[in-house]
Structure formats: structure tokens, C-alpha cells
Write a protein that binds this ligand. Structure first.
Ligand code: GAP
Length: 489
């Protein structure tokens, strides 16, 4: 995957109704995007893949849908008011703002690309240490030492490095004077923590158990880049797994492996994943690892797995004055109940938009088709069939002779179970190409022979093979391929 391909993926996403810049008629809004008609379908399907794997397939994990707005004390307890910031630096000539650590990460990637492995490793170690120590002066020194220039002005005329809180705030209440300052949640996790006892009691959940949710999160990212990779409004899919204190190592390893397996099942290429252990731990974690994906611009974080200890529940207990404890009636090795304790937590947290981007990048293919003077290039999205926006496209070969009626009848039979696309216009080859570009795994063409013997042509996206089958076989063929089983079992 190259950066050249990335540019193509971005324009493909726009041209085929997957992703549009937000409020584009007003020239867009930085790092905010809208999902179009095909993007919304793909995103829904990816969300479902996560929900089915995490909630439906686990008896001890349930899902909730908490509000975006939360009591402001939530963010004091979680540490976001005091500690959720990024180091920023401004270029005095271009007046552009950057994340200091990101400038250094980019330099490391450049060193790696140029084969300067030692330099890359040396800088990575220095960066990790500076972040660990929260040493803003050292970050500036590294930027100077490695002669990093502003990509816009080309100068090295930098301000000092400062901290910048990433939470968006707004006001709640009708009158500005007595309005309360509240925040747009920067992570969905806190909606789970504050509901821990509600869910545990009403669901009679026994430790170990998990609470999952998907939903929007908001961060005022200093720099917006790489399309939907880093956005100011994005979607997270998070699961908090509540466990006995002392068992966190075992469950951390369990979820690391389980989540990697889930990613690999998507079929985007096993070599495209790697773990990256955190050296600088977030304010709530005692161990953390990223699952990185090989995006066209290099390996970058897709999912985080964090051992969050009892940090969140303990702080909520302190600030709210409400007990956040669990009574464990099971007996320990001495035959005594474990009793009351604040559970420890292992969190899995994945960005849906990043998953979407990874899926799009890895599925995008340009293939040479045809022979000799009829050579052509086709663009195909080789998505797992169950994730494709449309599962099947139905085409009458012509608009007359009763062919549309037969095609409509087939569509009527399938559309309750599968998202179907119907099209009568243009040459059949052109219609096939458009579906390839959307990732539709099957096209069904109704022709004159269909009227005589109730058969159609089925065309397979990946092989472009066409087969004559009877109309009564369609469902069986679709069911074998468009099946969650292929991903979940
Ligand atoms: N509750 C833990 C948490 O929020 P995080 O590592 O800050 O951890 C988790 O975020 C995931 O959310 C990341 O791995 C990434 O996939 C996604 N994510 C974070 N910031 C994002 C952004 N600005 N745009 C898109 N996705 C983002």
C-alpha cells in the first residue's frame, strides 16, 4: 500500500458516496466528515461485526447506549479535565499549529523510509522518554536537533511547546449567566463506568463481566490529517471488562489475543497487524498496548487495550460519594467469600472510523482486465461479502420485453434479507464495473433466456466469473457467502 494508493482511496470514497467532507458547500469543516449512502452501510456493517462478536457471542458481556452529555464531575473524576492534553507547537511564520510529538513521529517514519534505522530508533527512544517525563522543553529540543521544519512555511521558527486540553465544552441551560459548563465526551468509556452498578444489579451480572457500547466521541485535535484517521468527531466501540483485582495480567493477555484474532478474521491481511506496547501510559492505565494496522502511510494505532486498574470506579466513588463496589460471593482458596471490592478493568477501545479506513484501504484494488486491444483497468473493493454496502445487484439486460418485471420479482424476494441494488440503465459491462467499485459481491442479470427457463446469470465480483443458474438457486448461493458465520465462528 502506498501513499499514491491512499490518494486514490480518498477520491474513491468521495466519488462513490462513502465519505464526504462535512458541510462541503461551505468548504468543509476541519477534521469533520460525513458518511454517504454507501459509507453509512459499510460503517453499520462494521459496527455490527464488532457488536455481534463482543456482545452477542459473549454471555457475560452486555451493551448499553449512554448519553454524550455527562455530569461535568465525570471528567474531573476520570482525569480528563486535568490531564487530557497534547503538546502543541506553533510555527511563527505559517501560524500553523502542530502536535510536537507528531512532528517527531513523522521524522521517525522518514528516517525509517530512508533506511536510517539507528536514527529512527534513537529518536523514538528519546521521544518516548520525553513523553514519559512530560518534558515539553525536551520535545522542543528534539524538534530543533532533528532540524524539523514546518511543512507549510519550510522554516524552523518555532514557539515553545505547550499543553492543550482536547475536550470540547459547551453550556447547558437556557440562560447564559446561569448555564453550566459541560463537555462533549472525549471517550465513551465513562458512560460505562458511571452505569457500572446499574447494569450489574439490573442484569445480575457476575464478575468477570463486560459492558460494551458504540458511540460518538469528540476531541479538539490540534492537527487534523490523513482523512478520517484523526477526526474531531468520531465513533468509538469500547468494552470495559470488570474483573477481580489481581487477575488483570491474565485478562489483559486474553483480550489482546482475542482482539487481534477478531481483526485478522476480517481478512485484510494477517501481516498488516502488529502490537505496540505503550511506554508512556495514559493517566488511568497500568499496562497498555495498541493494535496497529499497516495503513498506506505506515503502521498506526487502530485499537487500544488498556489495563485501567480501579482508577475510574475509585475516582467516581470518591467524587460522587456513592459506593462503586461489587459483592463477590464466590469462595476463595480459604473457603471465604471474596467479599466487597472495587473491580479492576480491562478495556478494549477501537475507533470505528479507523476500522472503516483500514477496510477501505486494504480492499481497494486496481486490476488489469481484458486482453490485447481490449485491455482495461477495473477498480474493485474486495470487501468481505457480509460487510458490502449492497449484497446483490439485479439487472434486467434491457428495459423491455418483460425483463424488468422478472428482475423486480427477484428483488422483491431478496430485499427483506439483503440490501439490493436495482439498475436498468447502461451497458451491462458498465453496470458490473460500478458494482465492483462499491464492493457488491454478486450481480444477477435477467435476460431473454430467463423468460424461457427461469434462469439468470450470476456474476461474482472477485473472479468476474459468470454462471447460469436457476432463479430458485439464488438464495442458497447468497446464503453461503453472505453469512456472519464466516467472520464470527
Ligand atoms: N477509552 C480509551 C480511549 O479513548 P484512545 O486510545 O484515546 O483510548 C481509542 O482511543 C481509539 O479511538 C483509538 O485506538 C482510535 O482508534 C480511536 N480514536 C482516538 N482518537 C481518534 C480521532 N481523533 N479520530 C478517530 N479515531 C480516534
Amino acid at each position: 500500500m502506498s501513499e499514491e494508493i491512499f490518494k486514490k482511496v480518498v477520491s474513491h470514497a468521495k466519488e462513490y458516496g462513502f465519505v464526504f467532507p462535512s458541510s462541503e458547500i461551505y468548504d468543509g469543516l476541519g477534521a469533520v466528515y460525513d458518511y454517504g449512502q454507501n459509507g453509512a452501510e459499510l460503517k453499520n456493517n462494521l459496527r455490527q461485526y464488532w457488536w455481534k462478536a463482543m456482545v452477542q457471542m459473549h454471555e457475560n458481556i452486555v451493551g448499553i447506549d449512554a448519553a454524550i452529555f455527562m455530569h461535568p464531575k465525570t471528567w474531573k473524576a476520570s482525569g480528563h479535565i486535568d490531564g487530557f492534553s497534547d503538546p502543541m507547537i506553533d510555527n511563527k511564520d505559517s501560524k500553523k499549529r502542530y502536535r510536537a510529538d507528531q512532528l517527531l513521529e513523522d521524522k521517525i517514519t522518514r528516517y525509517e523510509k530512508d533506511g536510517k534505522t539507528n536514527k529512527a530508533e534513537e529518536l523514538q527512544a528519546a521521544l518516548d522518554q520525553a513523553l514519559l517525563d512530560n518534558d515539553l522543553v525536551q520535545l522542543k529540543m528534539l524538534i530543533e536537533q532533528h532540524e524539523i521544519a514546518c511543512p507549510i512555511s519550510g522554516t524552523r521558527n518555532w514557539t515553545d511547546v505547550r499543553q492543550f486540553n482536547l475536550m470540547f465544552s459547551t453550556e447547558m441551560g437556557a440562560m447564559a449567566e446561569d448555564a453550566d459548563k459541560i463537555y462533549l465526551r472525549p471517550e465513551t468509556a465513562q458512560g460505562i463506568f458511571v452505569n457500572f452498578l446499574n447494569v450489574q444489579k439490573t442484569g445480575r451480572m457476575k464478575i468477570p463481566f463486560g459492558i460494551a457500547q458504540t458511540g460518538k466521541a469528540f476531541r479538539n485535535e490540534i492537527i487534523a490529517r490523513q482523512f478520517i484517521m484523526r477526526m474531531r468527531e468520531f465513533e468509538q466501540m469500547e468494552m470495559q471488562f470488570f474483573i477481580r483485582p489481581g487477575t488483570q495480567k491474565q485478562w489483559y493477555e486474553y483480550w489482546k489475543e482475542a482482539r487481534l484474532k477478531w481483526h485478522k478474521k476480517l481478512g485484510l491481511g494477517d501481516d498488516n497487524y502488529r502490537f505496540h506496547d505503550h511506554v508512556k501510559l495514559a493517566h488511568y492505565a497500568d499496562a497498555a498496548v495498541d493494535i496497529e494496522f499497516n495503513f498506506p502511510f505506515g503502521f498506526k494505532e487502530m485499537e487500544g487495550i488498556h489495563s485501567r486498574t480501579d482508577f475510574d470506579l475509585r475516582n467516581h466513588q470518591e467524587l460522587s460519594g456513592k459506593k462503586m463496589q461489587y459483592f463477590d460471593a464466590e469462595l476463595d482458596e480459604n473457603g471465604k467469600p471474596y467479599g466487597n471490592y472495587i473491580p479492576y478493568v480491562i478495556e478494549t477501545s477501537i475507533g470505528l472510523d479507523r476500522l472503516f479506513l483500514a477496510t477501505l484501504c486494504a480492499s481497494y484494488k486496481e486490476e488489469e482486465v481484458g486482453e490485447d486491444d481490449k485491455k482495461d483497468t477495473r477498480v474493485v473493493l474486495a470487501l468481505p461479502p457480509v460487510l458490502a454496502p449492497y449484497k446483490v445487484a439485479i439487472f434486467p439486460l434491457t428495459k423491455k420485453d418483460g425483463l424488468p418485471e422478472v428482475a423486480r420479482e427477484i428483488m422483491g424476494d431478496l430485499k427483506l434479507d439483503y440490501n439490493c441494488f436495482y439498475e436498468e440503465k447502461d451497458a451491462i459491462g458498465k453496470r458490473y464495473r460500478r458494482q465492483d467499485a462499491l464492493g457488491t459481491p454478486f450481480c444477477i442479470t435477467v435476460d431473454h433466456e430467463s423468460l424461457e427457463n427461469k434462469t439468470v446469470t450470476i456474476r461474482y465480483r472477485d473472479t468476474m466469473k459468470q454462471e447460469r443458474i436457476s432463479i430458485s438457486q439464488i438464495r442458497e448461493i447468497l446464503a453461503a457467502e453472505i453469512n456472519w458465520k464466516n467472520l464470527l465462528v
